[in-house]
Design a binder for this molecule. Structure first.
Ligand SMILES: Nc1ncnc2c1ncn2[C@@H]1O[C@H](COP(=O)(O)OP(=O)(O)OP(=O)(O)O)[C@@H](O)[C@H]1O
Length: 401
């Protein structure tokens, strides 16, 4: 590698005023975690930029890993010099000689965040352009489509040279937007909803409802594996596994069949909300997408949502199934979600659930049933496990963003 550091641009973070400190702290922590196997690196951060000093570590491998960290707008392998013009010219020429190949064209783009610097951007472009042209025979300028764009960034304390801008994953650092409880089924959608919430900085804890003996250990393992995939991206994720059999049996017995699905969802939401409260979460996340199935019509959501005022994030709400599948493939959850094991909802699913349930009706049916003790019992008997990222595995999400 011809560079000794990687310069990271925060993008959206820079606009976040007072919260910036928190965001930078979380981003640094997340990058440290992703690069934990590179023992020699140092990470430095200021208000505008973060720098990873490579200290001999493999820059190309680090670049691949950085593409999967939320909160990075773009990054560039770079070298640093002081602000002495002669030193800058030597450094630029050295770098350029290493990367330039015969016949390649170039241009220079200068960014001057130190407005007090005695040369303006045009002057710097001209000085460095002339210096390179003088020292490299047959070099040609092409300002529209250059093969190499030498970027010079004049900052307060130093100058950085780079030739490549690599797009980051965007979004906000995981953990900078608070915590949400992800309702995680074994299906395709909810892991994707968790992933997209992470992209906006939400730290997630997963909540899964299972109904033994109607659902098997293998379906539980499926959810553990899905959680592990999410943990590979965000760091360890807590998974709350809620025993739901008793409640589902009671619903099947007491609620008219066409309303049983609506009540089931309402109870899942009530229990998730209670787990959220106990764990200081601020929101609930689901994999719902408008109109996809009976429980996901607006009428259904209205009747189900009635049990809580907690914000419910539905990152997939406007997405088509094919778009959701594309993301699930990119984050490597698709194959796991497709394993054919039963979910508690599929076991108890009514033949024809109401697609337009009435809130008042479902409230009326439920008014005859004492759910509270069963809700408390389910919360009490919830098993919580911390799922760590798989040590040897570092999942990426390709070129999704
Ligand atoms: N067993 C469960 N445990 C936890 N959450 C669940 C469970 N079943 C459903 N959910 C939540 O309710 C949402 C809607 O579920 P539903 O089965 O109607 O839709 P889906 O499109 O099949 O979703 P998914 O693909 O995530 O299973 C899910 O995305 C998930 O957030």
């Amino acid at each position: 590698m011809n560079y000794d550091r990687i310069l990271i641009r925060y993008g959206e973070l820079s606009t976040k005023g007072k919260n910036r400190k928190v965001f930078i702290h979380k981003l640094k922590r997340n990058i440290k975690r992703v690069l934990r196997n590179f023992e020699k690196i140092n990470i430095e951060a200021d208000r505008e930029r973060m720098f990873i000093l490579l200290n001999g570590e493999n820059g190309l491998e680090i670049i691949e890993l950085l593409k999967n960290v939320f909160g990075i707008q773009s990054f560039s392998p770079a070298i640093k010099t002081d602000k002495e013009l002669e030193n800058m010219k030597n450094a630029a020429l050295d770098l350029f000689k290493k990367i330039h190949q015969a016949g390649e064209t170039f241009k220079i783009t200068t960014k001057r965040s130190d407005k007090t610097y005695y040369l303006d951007t045009n002057e710097i472009n001209q000085i460095f352009g002339a210096h390179l042209l003088k020292n490299i025979p047959e070099l040609k300028v092409d300002v529209k489509k250059p093969d190499i764009n030498l970027q010079i960034e004049i900052r307060e304390k130093a100058v950085y040279f780079s030739c490549e801008n690599i797009p980051g994953a965007g979004g906000l650092p995981v953990g900078s937007s608070g915590k949400g409880m992800l309702m995680l089924s074994g299906g395709i959608d909810s892991p994707v909803a968790g992933f997209l919430s992470m992209k906006r900085g939400v730290e997630i804890e997963a909540v899964h409802f299972y109904s033994p003996p109607f659902t098997s250990e293998r379906s539980k393992q499926k959810v553990i594996d899905l959680t592990e995939k999410l943990a590979n991206i965000s760091g360890a994720v807590k998974l709350h596994i809620v025993p739901f059999t008793e409640i589902q049996q009671l619903i099947a017995k007491q609620v008219p069949e066409n309303y049983s699905m609506t009540t089931t969802r309402r109870l899942m939401l009530r229990i998730t909300d209670e787990i959220r409260r106990k764990n200081d979460g601020l929101a609930i996340i689901t994999g719902e997408s408008l109109g996809q199935v009976a429980s996901q019509t607006l009428e259904s959501m209205y009747a189900i949502n009635d049990v809580t005022n907690t914000p419910i994030l539905r990152p997939l709400i406007t997405m088509d199934k094919s778009e959701i599948i594309d993301i699930s493939r990119a984050i490597d959850t698709f194959e796991i979600s497709n394993r054919p094991y039963e979910d508690c909802c599929t076991v108890f699913v009514p033949a024809s659930p109401k697609t337009k349930p009435k809130k008042e009706k479902v409230q009326y049916f439920e008014s005859y049933i004492e759910f509270e003790p069963l809700i408390s019992k389910a919360v009490e008997n919830t098993e919580t496990i911390a799922i760590a990222p798989k040590a040897a595995e570092q999942d990426g999400f390709g070129d999704l963003f």
